[in-house]
Ligand binder design. Structure first.
Ligand SMILES: [Zn+2]
Length: 415
């Protein structure tokens, strides 16, 4: 498998939880009889980037993994769970979604599938519906889609604002998002607010000023849609730089619809991730390969807009760390299914099944600069996704089949 370059560029690689098994208390829980276990630790199992162990066991104490290895060598514990010969992988890390919204865009999707192209502007429909919604409606919507994602094996999720576009509505979206996840992103710069259509510069002043002040307390990340019809390179630089000055770390919607400055700006500002990366020059690929910015590919968007696929193979061959996420949003990618994205990435973007599973777990963690998720090694959070299949390859081999039968998050069975 050729995830070697990705592994070497992976910021988690040098500071991952130790793979040495810890002393195991008898009160721990051993999950045994796992047909194949993806650990994402190359020092384990078959020494691939997935660190695959056959006939494996995982021991959990509290919210952490404390031991992984062959089932026959599992330490004695009071509690044993039989995995029944299923495959177990780390819970998916979905590092890119837009879940704080109201309404839907069924009519727009229907029209697009009847021949109209996607432009960066249909967002305004969702902005109007989101502004009109109550806090309770927005929170219930986030909870609903997070439950949906959890049922499909996702145990870590990032989500963004970007459908409020006023000081109050953006801060409200982030406050609600923060009730559901630690990975919260300020995206006041999703599009220029319709209220500022005649004066985009004044909107950038708002996003980098009063709106940022109101939003920063609820967010970990600052993001910008750097694209024709949204924000240009200079505006994006101003927005990300202002966010950094407030302690937020950058990520960028970059090079989705056209070539542009987003990817190189992301690398220059040490953004954790450049998201989409569909239209890349050789210089863009070189920049990603030389920096610590992860390329996050979001094939649900290309699927739902009938757009050209990002070329994952080109990025992987250049040594870029690649993450795979859903971009779940009501306009351009209304899927919460990471398994669906894995199947698309393998079928249409040149990824091997192993690479796609790595990118949807360890890759997503790298895109969030997290070391505690996206892997199943001692010290990591005990986030396990069970597949009704003997191997993780079935996620691509059996597209559209609900293979996720059981999910554990932080040591607790939640599905
Ligand atoms: Zn997005």
């Amino acid at each position: 498998m050729n995830t070697g370059p990705a592994a070497t560029n992976n910021p988690m690689a040098s500071s991952a939880p130790t793979s040495a098994n810890s002393a195991v208390a008898t009160t721990a829980t051993a999950i045994v009889n796992i047909a194949s276990l993806v650990t994402n630790d190359p020092s384990l199992g078959d020494s691939s980037a997935l660190g695959l162990i056959q006939d494996a066991a995982v021991v959990i104490d509290g919210d952490r993994v404390v031991w992984v290895g062959e089932s026959s060598k599992a330490p004695a514990t009071d509690n044993r769970v039989d995995a029944g010969g299923r495959a177990v992988i780390p819970g998916f890390v979905d590092s890119h979604s837009h879940l704080v919204f109201a309404g839907d865009r069924t009519a727009e999707f229907n029209a697009r599938m009847s021949g109209q192209p996607y432009k960066a502007g249909g967002i305004r429909t969702t902005v109007a519906a989101t502004r009109a919604a109550t806090d309770a409606e927005l929170s219930a919507n986030v909870a609903r889609y997070l439950r949906e994602a959890l049922r499909q094996g996702t145990t870590t999720f990032e989500t963004k604002s970007g459908y409020g576009l006023t000081v109050e509505d953006e801060a409200r979206a982030l406050r609600i998002a923060a009730e559901h996840t630690d990975e919260v992103t300020y995206l006041g710069a999703h599009i220029v607010s319709p209220d500022y259509a005649d004066d985009p510069a004044a909107y950038v002043d708002l996003v980098t000023g009063e709106m940022l002040d109101a939003c920063a307390p609820y967010a970990r990340w600052v993001d910008v849609f750097c694209e024709k019809g949204a924000f240009d390179g200079d505006q994006a630089r101003a927005i990300l730089t202002a966010g950094k000055a407030k302690g937020l770390h950058p990520r960028v919607h970059a090079n989705q619809l056209t070539y542009g400055p987003g990817v190189q700006l992301a690398v220059e500002l040490d953004a954790a991730s450049a998201d989409h990366c569909t239209h890349l020059t050789d210089a863009d690929v070189d920049a990603l390969a030389s920096g610590d910015t992860v390329a996050t590919l979001l094939p649900g968007a290309e699927f739902s807009t009938r757009a050209p696929w990002p070329d994952a193979r080109r990025l992987l061959d250049a040594g870029v760390t690649v993450a795979l996420s859903t971009d779940c949003n009501p306009g351009s990618s209304f899927t919460s299914s990471v398994p669906f994205c894995i199947a698309l990435a393998v079928r249409d973007m040149g990824m091997t099944p192993d690479e796609a599973v790595w990118s949807a777990t360890a890759g997503g963690a790298a895109a969030l600069r997290r070391q505690d998720v996206g892997r199943l090694t001692p010290g990591a959070r005990a986030d396990l996704t069970f597949l009704d299949a003997p191997s993780h390859v079935h996620l691509a081999y059996r597209p559209g089949v609900p293979l996720v039968t059981e999910v554990w998050r932080a040591g607790t069975r939640v599905v």
